[in-house]
Design a protein around this ligand. Structure first.
Ligand code: SAM
Length: 300
């Protein structure tokens, strides 16, 4: 069916909502007192209204804002290394035409959960560090900016952990390498699709966050089976995934065209068992907000 340009058809958004959005665009995003009203509008948009909404807000959906960066996808996919790095660093564009949008985005539960998952990762690395042995190995699947690794190595300059980072985006690898140049002896980089990477050693921890939420169930299960066998005895495979209770879901979808496969604790355990993990060795953690879940599978 031929699509009708939003300005030519009958606009299904109410005049009040349109006026409210127009004002937000003019002043670079909502003030905290307007967060709720804006979120209610976004959460209640139906598919027919979505196009009109995006048209109304389009002057803010560009690379100057975090939401716009997600929408424009300069690297061709959502959740690229720059947006993740900027979430970690609580980046807010100082230009008043955009700063309220960034403050709003950084205040969302989804952004807090991403920062919480980094802290969760740092705690897991600290546990690995405590284990016996001269050297420990951590594999990261979909490593992105490696800001998490950077933080860990800055806090633990004498770390005995060697990190292997796998990412299929050369820009992400370049960024990660540059910010971690002081730790080159502790990190090896592999630019390859995780579906094809073949480890040549065993790991104490295999970590992946911000990656499996893009996989269909069958790829999720395949990835567990593929990598589980590369754990040392007592090692652990930990996979992060957004949960159904992510209150930022619709905002990410509407504002940033960023769609994830949200999963329950039950979904994660079911897929671990499908990949033939033993039930007693499987558990699910969550970060403080319960927005990011972590499937933990231990090696016997
Ligand atoms: C959302 S980022 C997460 C980065 C990092 N794990 C973190 O939590 O800070 C996801 C990363 O996975 C990478 N990625 C996505 N699909 C991939 C695949 N099939 N193979 C390798 N890397 C992939 C992307 O290039 C991106 O850098």
């Amino acid at each position: 069916m031929k699509s009708v340009h939003p300005t030519l058809a009958l606009n299904p958004l109410s005049i009040e909502d349109r006026e409210f959005i127009r004002k937000l665009v003019m002043k670079g995003g909502p003030d905290p007192s307007e967060y709720q009203e804006f979120t209610v509008i976004v959460n209640n948009l139906d598919d027919r209204e979505l196009e009109y909404f995006r048209e109304a807000i389009k002057d803010s959906l560009n690379e100057n804002t975090l939401i716009g960066h997600g929408f424009v996808k300069p690297y061709g996919y959502p959740g690229d290394f720059t947006i993740i790095h900027n979430i970690y660093k609580l980046h807010v564009n100082p230009n008043v035409r955009y700063s309220n949008w960034d403050s709003f985005f950084q205040d969302q539960a989804g952004a807090h959960a991403v920062r919480n998952r980094k802290d969760y990762f740092l705690r897991r690395c600290a546990e690995v560090e405590e284990q016996e042995g001269d050297m420990k190995r951590v594999l990261i699947l979909g490593s992105g900016p490696a800001t998490d690794v950077n933080e860990y190595l800055k806090m633990n300059p004498g770390s005995k952990i060697r990190f292997d980072l796998v990412d299929f985006d050369q820009n992400a690898i370049d960024f990660a390498r540059k910010q971690n140049k002081d730790f080159s002896g502790s990190i090896e980089y592999f630019k390859i699709n995780v579906l094809r990477f073949k480890p040549y050693q065993w790991y104490d921890l295999i970590w992946s966050a911000g990656l499996f939420d893009y996989f269909k169930d069958k790829h999720f299960v395949y990835m567990i089976s593929k990598y589980y066998k590369y754990l040392v005895s007592g090692g652990e495979f930990i996979i992060g995934n957004f949960s159904h209770s992510n209150p930022t879901r619709r905002l990410m979808e509407v504002l940033s065209d960023w769609y994830l496969v949200h999963r329950s604790k039950y979904d994660l355990v079911r897929m671990a068992l499908e990949a033939e993990a033993t039930e007693e060795l499987v558990e699910v953690d969550m970060e403080e907000l319960g927005v990011n879940l972590f499937l933990r599978i231990k090696a016997a």
